[in-house]
Design a protein. Structure first.
Length: 297
């Protein structure tokens, strides 16, 4: 017994440092973890949620967003909600149809293209038909494309030239004279709509940025980096994106005419970067056009 008592009595009292070491790391800074959580999780989530067009809007919020003069994305959000509710069969959204048409005059092309998409969802409303026809003259390529697809839902074949344009390469040109600084230099590189392609440095020192009018792929770079160009000079040729070709072929399945066959036929063969479904759709579209022409004769 004495020996055991001696062993126990030989232990020294633990000081604060020894006690902390045995208990493990001290959790003195929970606020630091909270700050990291807010910076890297909460704030990005709120930013995403605030800009997500799938976030439902109340009727009051819908009206507010449609008339927001400062934030085009709010107008887009409201328009996207209207389009989705039309698809879902909600008749109450007709109260905002005049606002949808007003959005076709918005200064931002992103808003106008969304309005064009919305109008294509209700092919019973003739004022939408008229507004879509007007958008075929829009200066923005993507707006004209959406308008053309919307008109097909009305059975209107007047947009065929725009549908054919959607199947063809598009050449981006210099807006001003100056020296070229290429941003995209690699042929075959994918680009998204509004992506910067090049800069034109003008003699007086100002710089004009040239952006992609639509999504696609770089088919050919037509100037050397640093070359001197004039206004209107060809810079880069873009081939259309897969989704653009897909939508145009589906539309021509409905309204295509024999004159369109050569453009459709191009996609019945393998095309670089295009999936098999494009060939299949092109073949179906070709058959539909020929079948329709034979019935007319």
């Amino acid at each position: 017994m004495g020996e055991i008592t001696k062993t126990v009595n030989n232990h020294q009292p633990l000081d604060d440092n020894t006690s902390s070491a045995r208990r493990g790391p001290s959790r003195k800074y929970p606020w630091a973890i909270l700050v990291v959580l807010i910076l890297f999780v909460v704030i990005p989530f709120l930013a995403w949620y605030g800009s997500w067009f799938g976030r439902p809007l109340s009727d009051a919020k819908m009206g507010e967003y449609l008339h927001d003069q400062n934030k085009p994305r709010n107008v887009q959000h409201a328009l996207a909600q209207i389009g989705n509710r039309i698809i879902g069969g909600d008749q109450s959204v007709k109260r905002w149809y005049s606002d949808v048409i007003n959005a076709t005059h918005h200064q931002q092309p992103e808003v106008r293209l969304t309005a064009a998409w919305v109008m294509g969802q209700d092919n019973t409303y003739q004022d939408f038909h008229s507004a879509l026809s007007s958008l075929l003259q829009d200066p923005a390529t993507v707006v004209r494309h959406n308008a053309a697809l919307g008109l097909v839902r009305f059975g209107d074949a007047s947009a065929r030239p725009e549908l054919i344009a959607m199947l063809q390469p598009f050449t981006v040109r210099a807006e001003n004279a100056g020296s070229v600084e290429l941003i995209v230099k690699e042929e075959g590189a994918p680009v998204v709509a509004n992506a910067p392609l090049a800069r034109i440095r003008q003699p007086e020192g100002t710089t004009v940025e040239i952006r992609s009018p639509e999504s696609g792929r770089v088919e050919m770079v037509r100037v050397a980096n640093g070359a001197r160009v004039e206004a209107g000079s060809e810079l880069i040729t873009l081939s259309p994106s897969t989704e653009q070709v897909w939508e145009a072929l589906r539309a021509l399945y409905i309204v295509g005419l024999p004159d369109d066959i050569p453009y459709v036929q191009h996609y019945t063969r393998p095309v670089a970067s295009m999936p098999d479904r494009i060939q299949k759709q092109a073949t179906s579209t070709l058959e539909a056009i020929r079948d329709r022409a034979s019935k007319i004769q």
